[in-house]
Design a protein. Structure first.
Length: 185
């Protein structure tokens, strides 16, 4: 009987493709060497799709986080989500009718762990032109006015609230990842 494999995406924090060891082909090589199947990357910001029979996500994250410095010489937080988790996030329609435009960018910040922080959603910082809309399964959904705010400011605030084991992706990138995971690409 064939072993059932789960489709996952590993979100690697802080990947800069200008670093030769952070390029997609090297990242894919590490994942393939770890024995994962159907390894693919989506854009160049550390989104690695793979399949594994393993169900223990924390163990998978630790395995990858151990392999990266050993094989490529850098340490990065790894946050894994399954295809089913991403599909539930998209199905929840966390942004409602808000459109992703040049002015308003929709973002999802994936958290490795939940903090004890209790926020009431939607949450807007006084004097800031960004808003945290909701949290879905350790995915913080936010919208930022790109004409008046910088995404780095929002990310810094999120890190102060939730710690450094977080990574942000645009809603469009999440959609591209889900499409590729679904095989509709």
């Amino acid at each position: 009987m064939p072993v059932s494999k789960t489709k996952y995406v590993a979100f690697l924090r802080g990947i800069g493709p200008s670093n030769p060891n952070m390029r997609n082909e090297k990242l894919r090589g590490v994942f393939e060497d770890l024995g994962f199947g159907n390894v693919q990357t989506v854009i160049t910001s550390g989104n690695v799709l793979f399949e594994s029979a393993a169900k223990d996500v924390r163990a998978l994250e630790m395995l990858i986080e151990t392999a990266l410095p050993e094989r490529l010489g850098f340490t990065r937080a790894t946050i894994i989500r399954s295809h089913a988790q991403l599909q539930r996030l998209v199905d929840a329609k966390p942004f409602g009718d808000i459109e992703d435009t040049l002015k308003s960018q929709l973002n999802v910040t994936f958290l490795k762990n939940l903090s004890g922080l209790k926020l009431k959603f939607p949450c807007r910082r006084q004097g800031k032109d960004y808003q945290l809309l909701d949290m879905h399964d350790r995915a913080l959904c936010s919208v930022i006015n790109c004409t008046t705010e910088k995404t780095a400011e929002l990310m810094n605030w999120i890190e102060r609230q939730f710690g450094k084991e977080v990574t942000m992706r645009t809603w469009k990138t999440v959609g591209r990842i889900l499409t590729k995971m679904s095989g509709a690409d």
